[in-house]
Design a binder for this molecule. Sequence first.
Ligand SMILES: Nc1ncnc2c1ncn2[C@@H]1O[C@H](COP(=O)(O)OP(=O)(O)OP(=O)(O)O)[C@@H](O)[C@H]1O
Ligand SMILES: [Mg+2]
Length: 266
Amino acid sequence: MPLTEELQVIAPAKLNIENVTKDFTSRRGTVRALENVSLTINEGEFVCFVGPSGCGKSTLLNIIAGLETPDSGVALMDGVPIPGPGRDRMMMFQEHALFPWLDVIGNVMFSLKLKPNLNDKERLEVAKYYLHLVKLDNFIHANIHELSGGMKQRVALARALAPNPRVLLMDEPFAALDAMTREQLYGDIQAIWEKRKKTIIFVTHNVRESVCLGNRVVLFSPHPGKIREQYEIDLPRPRDINSVELAGYSVQITSALKGYEKESHE
Ligand SMILES: Nc1ncnc2c1ncn2[C@@H]1O[C@H](COP(=O)(O)OP(=O)(O)OP(=O)(O)O)[C@@H](O)[C@H]1O
Ligand SMILES: [Mg+2]
């Protein structure tokens, strides 16, 4: 039997952010969230965004997701302007946002609801595959409130992966978890990225986390949000967050970050 489309390994996407500027106006005035930001993310790259609060990381992620539009400049996926939200780009957030009235597999199947090519049996098969990938085989019929924080994020990851997106957008997905749980997820997300060949953008405040996961770390500074520096992380995988090699990059990036934080308070 041929694999359903959702189980195939499909080509990851290339993203081009060209001269993007984005302002937000509220009663308190206008904030320039992003100013002339340009960035290329290659097919299948794992890129981490790091920077102080308010430097536009989530705004850029939302633009790529098609939830916001730039005031000027353009965001392209495979050379085509991003028209709006789509299942080829799935988002994952710090809060899992799972449906408490559905069980684990129900939550994952829900994200396949709009896939007209799948019948119910195939939807079940696809959801089971992704729950296996995130190591939740034994919990498919558990209720959401019975799960630990780490397990809830695993369900959220399976739900984001199930429509087989070409880009995975992750906005501080592990920020609320304890260190041990995060470390297990670092190993698992690297393995999933290698197996499923996704383009991943991962936002974090944790510099070590960014070095552990990214092929590249993009450092932003705020007011207005700009890209200040980019670091290629040339370390073999799987990476261990506690390794000495990783610490070398972290020290370098953290000291740059502290410089921007100092600037923004002057
Ligand atoms: N919908 C909105 N309305 C008004 N201002 C906004 C909106 N979204 C973002 N902003 C402002 O734009 C700037 C960038 O916000 P953004 O959320 O992208 O930052 P961030 O880098 O993700 O920050 P954090 O690390 O705290 O999540 C901030 O000053 C924020 O207050
Ligand atoms: Mg944010």
